[in-house]
Design a protein around this ligand. Structure first.
Ligand code: GLC
Length: 687
């Protein structure tokens, strides 16, 4: 019998709160990979760790104390070692036989979600069709849920205990279904979908994904970065990384499992306000950690009781002390995806969640010395979290920043206290898209222009604004750039263009419509034209080409992990597949994504789901690659599901926003500097 109870204690400043979470009937480790084994369900399922507690400023839970049943030896584990607690968890599963099912209220209730006044009324439509682009009013017809997409269901009926009993009675029928795939939920995602046999590789991937789930006080809160069975040196791969969890979250959401995503969003939100210091310095409020770990520690002064705590890493332990700038951006992107896919907009409307969005935005939008609308960051502040010469204004951060701003525009509730923020979001969005479209884009024509640039131009209408010396055009690019298509360069700073092709940034430029329609098409054309270089034998190159010889030595500092064509330096990362899939679906080219997924499918399971591949063509499993890397597994599953549910994929995309272009043009018109080149190049930034 499980008599444990959970007490949430806030250890955060300024106030300390004690909250009884009310899970007296909950199993501490109520987890099983067997999703639909309904016979094992308890009579009533506890709600999600946070369900029913809106008005979030009161619910600042960052740690739980668990008062344990003394009769259960397993509960006396006081070791903070995750592996041990995982073994313990497994014991509990065998013992208790509880299964984790999607959050189900114990009450029967009908909930209505009310759409509030948000910064941009894009909530129920991911796609806008511009009817009168050239009209002053910029009137638009919005298609709810995107083109050919069913409207979101914004009313749900939660079943009560009696329904659970009924389901238990029906369990004999249900058990024949595939154990790990939530067929019921996928049915409701798309009722017209034809049932299909789940291939073995997907079953394996689901099992591995379930195995990677991390529990916190009996609730799923994330997935570990890699779940290698015997890993003597897990470094920090046994932690939940914010960026790594995104594909896991999508897989769960698309499979009708929102609870883990909701818990993740709310728990990481609590970590945002954690008091953090690196030596004697406190990074800005609003920073989201790169990762966190659930630690089990003995409770002071009590015999046998112990507590679980969430231990975040804001970069203070990370190799190189890199700042996780992308974490907050991913968090906002995931929050919006959660609302879009589940229809549960109440989460993003909570006071604490709105505050969390604001804190992240304040950090990103605060004034500095910068001359550009792009975010200025240090090296290694994103997926590439080591020195790789991407300090300054790397494309990856800019593309995620743009996507996060577009998400925020939909989610921030407009009132007197947020109207300035909303204005800042809109201004930044238009300035940012202008800047990237105009200055980061290269194709055959543009490279030829740069090749003939004059330098040392002093004036506001200089052509070569950043004083780029034509000599910077690398020799590889001269032959590589195709006649058709182009891409956004990796970085731009005074007298510096990083011409490397960085995949994640280019894909997110497509997904978020940071690029123009024509540019977005051009990026996919380039990927297709350069398939052997960018996909090779395993999709997808993180960047192309690799830094070699002296350039590698100088730029990476001689990093033995980032040797040419390995890891971040031209390695191939299968996790990028889901983002490629989204981009292809958006541009109406799913067949390209299918080709890449098929390629990956041939090797991923055989090779034990590596983190990355090495060599120019991605032929070898990476030198120091982890196996059973969760975002490889989840990225593969998410790609498969997105291809099967393109209407769901469309909820995660953005089309061109003509209102933003108009803002840009308005500002240009008003400015006294009429010679500003932004005005002159207006045609370039429009579709
Ligand atoms: C590596 C990757 C980083 C990832 C982490 C966990 O450090 O560079 O992007 O988040 O591993 O998988």
């Amino acid at each position: 019998m499980n008599t444990s109870s959970c007490i949430g204690i806030s250890t955060m400043k300024p106030s300390r709160r004690i909250l009884v979470v009310g899970c007296e009937s909950c199993s501490l480790f109520r987890f099983s990979p067997l999703k639909l084994n309904i016979r094992n369900l308890p009579k009533s399922q506890p709600e999600s760790a946070f369900d029913g507690r809106s008005g979030g400023s009161d619910s600042q839970i960052v740690g739980y104390i668990r008062l344990s049943d003394r009769n259960r030896k397993g509960f006396r584990v006081s070791d903070s070692n995750w592996v041990k607690s995982k073994i313990f968890k497994r014991n509990c599963i065998g013992d208790g036989g509880y299964n984790w099912v999607s959050s189900r209220s114990s009450r029967s209730r009908r909930s209505h979600l009310i759409v509030r006044n948000v910064a941009s009324d894009f909530r129920n439509h991911s796609t806008s069709v511009d009817a009168h682009v050239n009209e002053k009013s910029f009137e638009r017809i919005y298609v709810q849920g995107g083109l050919n997409v069913k409207p979101l269901v914004i009313e749900r009926i939660e079943t009560g205990p009696s329904d659970v009993v009924k389901e238990e009675e029906a369990s004999g029928l249900e058990e024949v279904l595939d154990p790990s795939v939530n067929v019921d939920s996928s049915k409701s995602l798309n009722e017209t979908k034809v049932e299909r046999e789940v291939p073995e590789i997907e079953k394996e991937a689901w099992k591995l994904l379930w195995d990677s789930v991390v529990m916190y006080c009996g609730h799923p809160v994330g997935t570990v970065a890699a779940n290698v069975p015997v890993d003597k040196q897990p470094v920090n791969y046994d932690q939940v990384f914010i960026r790594d969890f995104v594909p896991s979250a999508l897989a769960f959401l698309l499979n009708g499992e929102p609870e883990i995503v909701k818990n993740f969003l709310l728990h990481t939100l609590q970590l945002q306000s954690w008091e953090k210091t690196v030596d004697c310095h406190s990074p800005g409020q609003g920073l989201m950690p790169a990762s966190f770990k659930v630690r089990t520690v003995p409770l002071d002064g009590s015999d046998g009781a112990f507590e679980e705590i969430l231990d975040p890493d804001f970069g203070e332990s990370a190799i190189g002390r890199v700042a996780p700038v992308d974490s907050g951006l991913w968090w906002i992107i995931l929050l919006r995806a959660y609302g879009k896919i589940t229809g549960d907009y109440a989460l993003q409307e909570r006071v604490d969640v709105q505050t969390g969005i604001r804190l992240i935005l304040n950090l990103c939008l605060s004034d500095g010395f910068d001359m550009f609308p792009t975010l200025l960051v240090t090296d290694g502040s994103c997926m590439i979290d080591r020195r790789m010469g991407i300090h300054g204004h790397p494309l990856e951060i800019q593309a995620l920043f743009y996507a996060a701003l577009r998400c925020s525009r939909e989610m921030v509730i407009v009132n007197d206290s947020t109207k300035n923020l909303v204005a800042a979001i809109n201004n930044r969005l238009s300035a940012l898209s202008f800047h990237i479209r105009e200055y980061y884009w290269v194709d055959m024509k543009k490279i030829n222009e740069i090749y003939r640039y004059k330098t040392e131009e002093y004036s506001t209408d200089a052509i070569n604004k950043f004083n780029i010396y034509p000599d910077q055009i690398p020799s590889w690019l001269v032959d590589w750039i195709p006649e058709e298509g182009g891409y956004l360069i990796g970085n731009l700073q005074p007298a510096h263009m990083d011409f490397r092709f960085f995949t994640l940034g280019n894909l997110w430029a497509i997904v978020s419509s940071l690029g123009t329609q024509k540019q977005n098409e051009g990026i996919l054309n380039l990927i297709e034209a350069k398939w052997d270089d960018l996909m090779g034998q395993m999709p997808l190159k993180i960047c192309y080409p690799a830094l070699e010889y002296e350039e590698w030595r100088i730029t990476t500092g001689g990093d033995p992990k980032n040797t040419p064509w390995s890891y971040h330096n031209g390695g191939s990362w299968p996790t990028l597949l889901w983002q490629f899939t989204l981009a292809c679906i958006k541009m109406g080219r799913p067949e390209l994504a299918r080709k890449a997924v098929d390629l990956a499918e041939k090797r991923l399971a055989v090779d034990q789901w590596p983190e990355y591949y090495d060599t120019k063509s991605g032929r070898f499993i990476g030198k120091q690659s982890r196996l059973y890397q969760t975002w490889t597994i989840a990225g593969f599953l998410a790609s498969k599901m997105l291809l099967e549910n393109p209407e769901k994929a469309s909820l995660l995309l953005w089309e061109e926003d003509y209102e933003l272009l108009e803002t840009c043009v308005c500002v240009l018109n008003k400015t006294s500097r009429r010679k500003c080149s932004r005005f002159a190049s207006r045609s370039q930034i429009q579709v």
